[in-house]
Design a protein around this ligand. Structure first.
Ligand code: SAH
Length: 346
């Protein structure tokens, strides 16, 4: 038995051919299983024998939501996978639409010192079905179209590259979620070869790169993956990505008090990003259970912001400062284990 949600559109066509069905049936099946009312093929107009054959070969795997935390601006969902592992997704409710932040792995191997996800080693990659399942379940609760997708939940998406690309193709399927590539952002800690690969992929989505430091020494001290790829290599890859796809790159920078938030860091960051089509997204650090990190004070963040601006660098802040949401996925308390203890969205 194959889970429909574990197949891309073209994979479903192939599977149908294998069981002696017309591949074009995928044009009926996919819109039904990914449509707003999703799921049942009974009223799809397919003949009884076809339906029987399909139900003998395929099923619709769903994720079980075991807890939900709700706030005005964001909802957080905890899902139980079939093997008992758990992952989280976040729904961000913007004025202009609904953005869902999806996890790509159980745990993460990148080991960023300030990140709760990195404290739990990767258990495994998520399957396609476990990623589409997050979108399906969130949309079912929401009852509305999802307008944007952030691939920046738990895990390093470029470390689960093939499944993430397959997931993007499903999210973009026009008679399904119909989320355009321009509304999809993938965030990476900077796995350079995969950035180049993604640049040549069929669906070049927006790229966000977690920088968090303006020089290699500091970066290596907080992000172990920086030992493998230097900032120069990352910036070169980001530039290539931007030029090839004509995309503006987001550089994420989480404000860690006394670590990476000095004026000098801001100056260095500005010169690092001088000639690139990109902007810095300043992220307030959401304290986790990993001392010694805390978020920089408001004035420090403003000074950092001003220096970037003065140097002609585009800057945004993930939501307004002090806003009552910690649901941007990097701010997740990341592990289901912590979650079970109960995590608040302040
Ligand atoms: N592995 C990917 C995506 C996951 S996290 C990456 O590294 O980009 C998405 C973003 O949230 C990253 O920039 C990450 O560094 C950041 N982040 C992690 N923990 C955080 C926290 N406690 N507070 C704020 N941002 C955090």
């Amino acid at each position: 038995m194959t889970d429909y949600y574990d197949l891309t559109y073209s994979e479903l066509r192939e599977k149908l051919a294998v069981i002696g069905e017309k591949p074009s049936r995928a044009d009926i099946i996919f819109p039904v299983i990914y449509g707003m009312n999703g799921g049942s093929l009974t009223d799809s107009g397919l003949k009884k024998e076809t339906l029987e054959k399909l139900s003998g070969n395929f099923f619709c795997g769903e994720l079980e939501c075991i807890s939900t935390l709700t706030s005005e601006t964001a909802d957080k969902f905890l899902f139980q996978l079939r093997d008992g592992n758990t992952v989280e997704s976040v729904l961000m409710k913007h004025e202009f639409g609904y953005n869902v932040c999806v996890s790509t792995q159980v745990g993460c191997n990148m080991g960023c010192k300030f990140c709760a996800s990195g404290q739990l080693k990767k258990v495994r990659d998520l399957s396609l079905s476990e990623m589409t399942g997050q979108l399906l379940a969130v949309r079912k609760k929401l009852g509305q179209k999802i307008t944007g997708l952030s691939i920046m939940g738990i895990g390093e998406p470029l470390d689960n590259y093939e499944n993430v690309l397959r997931f993007i193709s499903v999210a973009m399927y026009q008679k399904g979620f119909d989320i355009g590539a321009k509304h999809i952002t993938l965030s990476t800690c900077g796995l350079v070869p995969k950035i180049y690969e993604l640049a040549g992929a069929e669906n070049p989505v927006n790229l966000a790169v977690s920088l968090h430091a303006p020089d290699d020494e500091l970066r290596r001290s907080i992000m172990p993956s920086a030992k493998k790829y230097s900032l120069a290599e990352i910036i070169k890859a980001a530039r290539y990505y931007s030029e090839r796809g004509n995309r503006r790159i987001t550089f994420e920078y989480v404000m860690l008090s006394g670590v990476n938030d000095s004026d000098e860091c801001a100056e260095k960051l500005a010169s690092l990003l001088k000639d690139i089509n990109g902007y810095v997204n300043i992220i307030r650090y959401n304290p986790t259970e990993n001392p010694p990190f805390t978020c920089s004070p408001h004035e420090r963040i403003m000074s950092f912001y001003d220096i970037l601006k003065k140097n002609g660098i585009g800057v945004t802040m993930r939501r307004e400062l002090g806003a009552s949401v910690n649901a941007a996925c990097g701010q997740l308390r990341a592990s289901a284990i912590t979650d079970r203890k109960g995590v608040n969205i302040p």
